[in-house]
Design a protein around this ligand. Structure first.
Ligand SMILES: Cc1ncc(COP(=O)(O)O)c(C=O)c1O
Length: 396
């Protein structure tokens, strides 16, 4: 991979005609260290957020050894890339063949489920294995999150007791997991979900060995600035400590977004301006799926030496022929943006770069490493600390 300090340097050197992905391994390293050091339990990376092997290796080198995988392709990818990793198959609906291969070929011992049918499937596919960690996924509210995960998965309160009791019989370790929805904007989301967990444990009267609070940990985007992550960790820890579980019970989490969002950004070129609409060379079928389909506002910056001080709200059109390839924004940029300009779009490390297609022949292929800071960071305290210790190192 090529290396530059920032988008500026890269544009001066290359003036890229195609979109270019920028990656910041130092940002992913910082996020991973934050979770490893501060989350009061085990951190698994949710691979779906960004399955780049380079990112997986950065996380591994930073101490993340557990990985939440959702498909047999993700199982194979992580097993191949990080042979020592512990894989947890946390999609509650799996192909029986996938469970069989995961268990017998890749050593996966942890599976989630939300129905009796899925429990029976896992028992069949693992040929009645006695060494399984089985986590029952509860349906919890996504009210405090920007992307709901409340409709598709999760056992209903009235079915949970029976399912927990049956799973206890099949499991070596029994767990309960949930997902509060992605980009949870308040720690209260977790406290509320933990009350569901408490009710389920009381109703089933079973011994629970693992509580997995899932993903949902936020990143920072324009108009979506969450409280510090430590506030989430404190709330989760307090709720966990008050649950009726054994003293040795484990606490797990499965962040995707919070570990990967700051890893990547994208340089795009403006091909045309029509009023306050900019036609850029990446879009809904590229890394900007969420900007198009759920109105996500990513941070943007015009990469030019001098520009107007006046800021204007723009929307973007992507490069394909579809009207759907439209990102409403608003994206605030200097008023004099014009065709030929380059824009950096930040925070695309989670569910951005991972969702690209080659529709209409468009899509970024080239990736460059840069060493500057991401456009926004949730780990600002850590950025400041690193800056200070770099200054101290220089002084001595
Ligand atoms: C089971 C599971 N775990 C973890 C995640 C990661 O969530 P997030 O990126 O919001 O942290 C997801 C996202 O869909 C998920 O489905």
């Amino acid at each position: 991979m090529h290396q530059h300090h920032s988008a500026h340097g890269l544009i001066q050197a290359l003036s890229p005609v195609e979109p270019v992905t920028l990656v910041r391994p130092h940002a992913a390293r910082r996020a991973a260290r934050f979770f490893i050091e501060r989350f009061p339990g085990t951190t698994m990376y949710a691979v779906k957020a960004n399955p780049s092997p380079d990112l997986l290796r950065v996380l591994w080198d930073s101490g993340v050894i557990h990985y939440d995988v959702a498909s047999i392709a993700e199982v194979r990818l992580v097993a191949r890339t990080l042979p020592g990793a512990t894989l947890c198959f946390m999609h509650p609906v799996k192909a029986e063949e996938a469970v069989h291969e995961a268990y017998f070929k890749h050593g996966v011992r942890t599976f989630s489920l939300d129905t009796m049918d899925e429990l029976q499937k896992i028992v069949r596919a693992t040929e009645g294995a006695q060494d399984l960690n089985l986590l029952v996924r509860l349906r919890v509210s996504s009210d405090h999150s920007k992307l709901s995960l409340a409709a598709k998965f999760g056992a209903e309160p009235e079915d949970v007791a029976e399912l927990l009791m049956a799973t206890r019989q099949a499991a070596d370790a029994l767990g309960i997991c949930f997902h509060v929805g992605s980009q949870a904007m308040t720690p209260h989301a977790y406290a509320q979900a933990m009350e569901r967990v408490r009710a389920a444990i009381v109703a089933a009267a079973v011994t629970v060995d693992i509580i997995d609070v899932g993903g949902g940990f936020p990143s920072s985007y324009p108009g979506m600035e969450p409280p510090p992550l430590d506030a989430y960790f404190d709330t989760i820890h307090r709720s966990f400590e008050s649950l009726p579980i054994s003293y040795s019970a484990e606490l797990w989490c499965e962040p995707g977004r919070a570990l990967s969002a700051e890893y990547s950004s994208l340089i795009v070129r403006v091909e045309k301006r029509r009023g306050e609409e900019l036609y850029i060379n990446d879009g809904a079928y590229g890394a900007l799926f969420d900007a198009a389909h759920v109105g996500w506002r990513f941070p943007v910056s015009l990469i030019r030496e001098t520009a107007s001080d006046e800021m204007t709200a723009f929307s973007f059109y992507g490069p394909t022929c579809d009207d759907l390839d439209h990102m409403a924004g608003p994206f605030y940029l200097p008023a004099d943006v014009k065709a030929g300009d380059f824009i950096e779009i930040g925070m695309l490390g989670a569910y951005g770069c991972a969702m690209r297609t080659r529709f209409n022949g468009f899509g970024a292929e080239e990736t460059h490493v840069v060493s500057d800071e991401p456009m926004v960071s949730l780990y600002t305290g850590e950025v400041e600390q690193e800056r200070r210790s770099a200054t101290v190192t220089k002084l001595f």
